[in-house]
Write a protein of this length. Structure first.
Lengths: 771, 377
């Protein structure tokens, strides 16, 4: 740059005088901005034009190149297995038959005839004329599925033919001749089909899969993402030198989930529900035995659910097929009956309120899980919660007595006890045992509204239990809040006027009896990858301590008397499984609208009463009996029947003396139960003390592992009379009520399971609390 | 320097946040567009994302530091920086140069650098420096224009011949032209030149179309033919363009959803690079594409505001240069993706994958923020 010094100086002064852009420069910059803006607008219009003029073309083009040069390698959805490893759901590899028209028609059509003949021979269900038509219309097509979900053994012969050639018009065409590979244009695409070996077993819990590996209901929906893997892809693409390259990205298979469900317990429960439904069908009026029925069996000490069932069941392998399902309760006329307190969140399932096909409505009702999705007024099973809250908060000590005259005046109402004559002077314990409403109302008044509500919250009512199942409801809009009045409090004390779900009740009740620890109920204990390695162990999770250990111990005392007292003094005696102590609470809730005299009867029971190991909650909605309010025994009996079978299976041994009649009754029951069941057992070996010198603790340790032996496999042992012992069940000594060793017939100590020698080494076992 | 000392000044936050938005959006799109290819090639779907995130983080810190430094310190050494960038371009010819994707464009000095990106910064600084000093003479006399043409022409020609990177050459020359245009007293001659260039380009296209220029002459003539009829060259030169158009068409108005592009699965070459806008179109549709364009409009508008309010001409010219750089690059990139102009490898600022590009862009933004801080409020 050559400039004279004079010029330079001039410029410097010029610069000094002017600090920023001159007006002209600023204008030019704005002009530039406008030019840029116009360019952007032009480009946007260009984008719009591409989309409008060629959008559909290009979309199709994209689809086409996806199909011709890349194909999806599907992942395998993970299994669902029960706690013993029995498969509840798995995915089976199947094949889709794909026609590649371009290949089929290549080489001047020499492939077409032999291929069509082979197809006709191997797949009679595939319409070859249809394929011919399609191929003629779409000669450029590379991918069209003509048959779905073929098992391997069906495609095997065709594949064999593809390899070896096929006979055309009497002339064998094979690889060795001039035209090799006469068949072409057909290939098989991998796919998976979901199978449920138990078909309807635990259907509400497992849920099912539709369409593209999307789970609906239950575990399949809740763990959908865990169960699903990632599709792999085999694809070709053009590299920089415009050469097609192929590459494969393998699929990642989904994880397997290990459920806490026990197939055997689940089938015991379902068997008894079905039995109940059969026995009580048309019992009073024409129709089903009950509107609905739900059972939860769980471990109160860690929240693991052993079984959860509702009615009716459906086949998971074909969930839409309702041919074998009893629909009477679920067709529209019963839908309209639902009233404010009784309704369930229907929208959850059906999504809108538009009038729907009644079958669809019914299906949705059957698919949903009654135990977690439906709410109801719990009735007297709520009473222990009220008492526990009152004692835990210090509002009562438990030593109070209350006078029951058969009713209590609350505001403008007379609220009656179910014993309208009045029970007289009752302790808190008797109040629970006799299920006296007046005692409970008095206790609730002693507590006061705030305290009752606070404990209601602590016991988690109105909140989800967060069980790992899809579709749980919290029924929060149907619980009481600060606006509750004095009458509300009175009826709430015995479980009327607000809604709960079965799961909320079972989880809360577990906390009442296990020392006060509220566990999250859980359905899955472990997640494994496709190689079987453990990815995640889901440990039982304590949410909170709801009441103190002391209060819980008191509750166990009270609840024991509900079942174990003299039948005149308690409501739940008929629930007791022979040979065991049980605690629990009956419930008889009047349904809304009250004028219909419909009831929901229930029983929550646990065994043993002193040290609960298993909890069973039975709910029967609107039993088909004349006086429903007097039918609570149906629930207690169902509970007893289930417990009678489940307890030996869980290796919980009887502790009580068994009288001769009881033993007789038990035997009859066992025969009856085992008629159509191949599970129900403790194996004979299990009871055999292998080393008799072992201390009792060690013997008990052994008991924890339960071996399940199907009946057919075990050789039926014989008793002393030489009669085979049916189904390998535990037999009881009619005199002592102690279990007998099925192999030797020796009387066993119920605690240690060691044979009791003729001269007892120790004092004969005596139950802790006689009657 | 004679600008007044002012108490508290703030940088232009609209500019700052627009850049942050574009950077973050860029990272998301790079991940979306590259994860499939990365997992195939490197067995790590985040391979490109990690590289890009590293460069972005580094560039962002550099930007913050540069924005705090008085930009006048760059005025003195501007010419040296310019010469240095020319030297770097020259270095590509030495063994330090690296050939990638068939083009010798990179320098390997521990990390790989594209000297063309440095040259852009060099030109911006040089022109800001000389135009702020001798603006009137340089931009409004024939002799001055000649000098400017030479100063801009040298790096442009070097980039074109040494690294055969036509797009960068166009950008370098474009930046200088815009800066001189803003500075100049005159408007008409620029319009005439612009018209002449357009006419020339049209003539060349016409000649290629009618076979007057043989196709075999250069790969550029092939590209022009592919531009005119991408379908006819679908398996060759037109492949990338056509796939890009397919993506735009497949996206429709609202797109397939973030991450749902199928074209990125090997069909669109350089999906995370030059062609990232087509993946944006496929996943986010016209709606998303226009939203991104609006973001750039905001950015460029802020450049206009900062330049017009800068306390001195040096700062104003820097901002003008940066604005020219980004605007030209965005327009050219999208024009290529939509097949409005023949295919030439050009990245989308802030969004496309490329470490050098993002580093120097953020350096430029740092300069602009520094200029915006000096505005007296």
């Amino acid at each position: 740059m050559k400039m004279s010094r004079k010029q330079k100086r001039k410029i410097v002064t010029q610069e000094a005088s002017n600090s920023g852009f001159s007006g002209k420069m600023q204008r030019k910059l704005v002009v530039l901005f406008i030019i840029v803006l116009l360019a952007f607008v032009a480009l946007s219009l260009r984008l719009l034009k591409i989309n409008r003029e060629k959008g559909d073309d290009y979309k199709r083009q994209v689809m086409r190149q996806q199909m011709s040069s890349s194909r999806v390698i599907p992942f395998r959805r993970g299994d669902i297995v029960d706690r013993k490893g029995t498969k509840l759901a798995y995915s089976e590899k199947v094949y889709n038959l794909v026609v590649d028209a371009k290949m089929l028609l290549s080489d001047e059509g020499v492939h077409l005839e032999p291929t069509m003949q082979a197809l006709q021979k191997c797949f009679p269900e595939v319409d070859t004329t249809e394929i011919r038509e399609y191929v003629n219309k779409n000669p450029g097509s590379r991918y069209k599925i003509f048959a779905k979900h073929l098992p391997f053994n069906e495609i095997e012969p065709f594949k064999e033919m593809q390899k070896n050639g096929v006979e055309v018009k009497g002339k064998k065409v094979s690889d060795n001749e001039t035209e090799p590979e006469m068949m072409d244009g057909i290939w098989f695409e991998d796919d998976y089909e979901r199978k449920y070996p138990g078909s309807s077993l635990a259907c509400d819990v497992i849920g099912f899969v539709q369409g593209d590996n999307t789970g609906f209901f239950g575990l399949e929906e809740f763990y959908n993402d865990t169960l699903n893997g990632t599709d792999g892809r085999e694809y070709g693409f053009m590299n920089e030198d415009s050469v097609m390259e192929e590459s494969i990205k393998p699929a990642v298979d989904g994880y397997t989930i290990v459920s806490t469900i026990d197939t055997n317990i689940q089938s015991i429960v379902e068997k008894h529900i079905a039995k109940f439904m059969n026995e009580h069908r048309n019992a009073y009026r024409q129709g089903a035995a009950a509107k609905n029925i739900g059972v939860i069996v769980m471990n109160p000490n860690d929240g693991e659910v052993y079984a959860m069932a509702g009615y009716p069941v459906f086949d998971l392998n074909d969930p839409s097929n309702m041919d074998n399902v009893d629909l009477t309760q679920f067709l529209p006329e019963s839908v309209s009956e639902n009233t404010a307190v009784d309704t369930e969140a229907e929208e959850e399932v059906s999504g809108n309120n538009a009038p729907e096909d009644p079958m669809t409505v019914a299906r949705n009702k059957i698919w949903r899980n009654y135990c977690i999705s439906d709410s109801f007024e719990p009735g007297s099973v709520m009473k222990p919660f009220t008492v526990a809250g009152a004692i835990d908060s210090g509002k009562i000590t438990g030593n109070e007595t209350y006078q029951c005259n058969g009713y209590l005046d609350v505001a403008d109402y007379q609220i009656h006890c179910h014993n309208r004559l009045g029970d007289g002077l009752l302790t808190v314990q008797q109040g629970i045992a006799k299920s006296c409403n007046v005692v409970l109302m008095d206790i609730a008044f002693a507590m006061g509204k705030e305290e009752w509500l606070r404990y209601n919250k602590i016991f988690n009512f109105g909140y989800k239990t967060n069980i790992d199942l899809a579709g749980e409801t919290n029924a929060s809009e149907l619980t009481f809040n600060e606006k509750m009045g004095i009458t509300d409090l009175a009826v709430a004390s015995f479980g009327q006027g607000f809604n709960v779900t079965m799961m909320q009740m079972a989880a809360g009740f577990s906390a009442l009896i296990n020392g006060g620890y509220y566990y999250r109920p859980q359905m899955v204990s472990e997640i494994r990858n496709s190689e079987g390695a453990v990815v995640e162990k889901i440990q039982p999770r304590i949410y909170k301590q709801v009441i103190s250990e002391d209060t819980s111990a008191k509750m166990r005392d009270y609840l024991r008397t509900v079942v174990m007292s003299d039948p005149k003094e308690c409501t739940g005696w008929s629930a007791r499984p022979i040979g065991y102590t049980e605690g629990g609470k009956t419930g008889t809730a009047e349904k809304a609208p009250r004028t219909k005299n419909d009831y929901l009867i229930s029983f929550m029971g646990y065994v043993p009463a002193e040290n609960p190991e298993v909890l069973c909650y039975v709910v029967i909605d609107t039993p088909n009996t004349e006086i429903q309010s007097e039918s609570t025994r149906l629930a207690t009996r169902l509970n007893r029947d289930i417990m009678t079978e489940v307890l030996p299976y869980l290796n919980i041994f009887p502790t009580e003396e068994i009288t001769e009649e009881e033993a007789e009754e038990l035997r009859a029951k066992q025969d009856e139960f085992s008629e159509n069941s191949s599970y129900w057992t403790i194996s004979a070996n299990e009871l055999l003390p292998e080393n008799e010198d072992e201390t009792s603790e060690e013997a008990e340790d052994n008991n924890e592992e339960v071996i399940e032996i199907p009946v057919e496999e075990a050789e039926p042992p014989k008793d002393s009379a030489g009669n085979p012992i049916v189904n390998n069940v535990i037999q009881y000594d009619p005199e002592t009520g102690y279990p007998l060793d099925p192999a030797t017939g020796e009387v066993l100590d119920p605690v240690t399971l060691l044979p009791i020698s003729p001269k007892p080494k120790e004092e004969q076992y005596a139950p802790e609390e006689g009657e | 320097m004679s600008h007044g000392k002012v108490k508290r000044r703030h940088m232009d936050y609209s500019l700052f946040f627009a850049v942050i938005f574009l950077l973050l959006f860029g990272l998301i799109m790079v991940y979306s567009a590259s994860s499939y290819e990365a997992s195939l090639k490197f067995n790590d779907s985040a391979f490109y994302l990690k590289n890009q995130a590293r460069a972005t983080a580094l560039g962002f810190i550099a930007m913050l530091i540069i924005s705090r430094i008085d930009y006048h310190i760059w005025k003195g050494p501007a010419f040296l920086i310019y010469l240095g960038s020319l030297f770097l371009v020259f270095l590509v010819l030495t063994p330090l140069g690296v050939v990638r994707n068939g083009a010798r464009r990179w320098l390997d000095v521990g990390i790989s650098v594209q000297p063309a990106e440095v040259a852009k910064v060099g030109v911006i600084l040089l022109f800001a420096s000389i135009l702020s000093r001798y603006g009137k003479q340089l931009s409004s006399t024939l002799k001055g224009i000649f000098i400017c043409t030479v100063l801009a022409g040298i790096p442009a020609v070097m980039v074109l011949t040494i690294t055969s990177n036509m797009s960068s050459a166009i950008i370098i020359f474009g930046i200088a032209t815009v800066m001189v245009f803003v500075c100049s007293q005159k408007t008409l001659p620029f319009m005439l030149i612009g018209g002449a260039i357009t006419g020339g380009a049209a003539l060349i296209v016409y000649m290629v179309m009618h076979g007057i220029i043989p196709e075999t002459l250069s790969y550029r003539t092939a590209r022009i033919r592919a531009w005119l009829q991408p379908e006819a060259y679908a398996s060759g030169t037109g492949y990338q363009t056509l796939q890009s158009l397919y993506s735009i068409g497949a996206g429709g108005i609202f797109g397939k959803g973030l991450g749902q592009s199928t074209q990125k699965l090997g069909f669109v070459p350089e999906a995370q690079n030059d062609m990232i806008f087509s993946i944006i179109c496929e996943e986010l549709g016209l709606f998303g594409a226009i939203a991104i364009l609006l973001m750039f409009v905001i950015l460029i508008w802020r450049f206009v505001i900062v330049a017009n309010n800068a306390s001195d001409q040096f700062g104003a010219f820097i901002v003008t240069g940066v604005m020219a750089h980004i605007a030209i690059q965005v327009i050219l990139n999208i024009a290529v993706v939509t097949n409005t102009i023949p295919n030439t490898g050009i990245t989308l600022p802030f969004i496309s994958y490329g470490g050098t590009s993002i580093l120097f862009l953020l350096y430029e933004i740092g300069l602009c923020l520094s200029v915006s801080r000096s505005i007296e409020v």
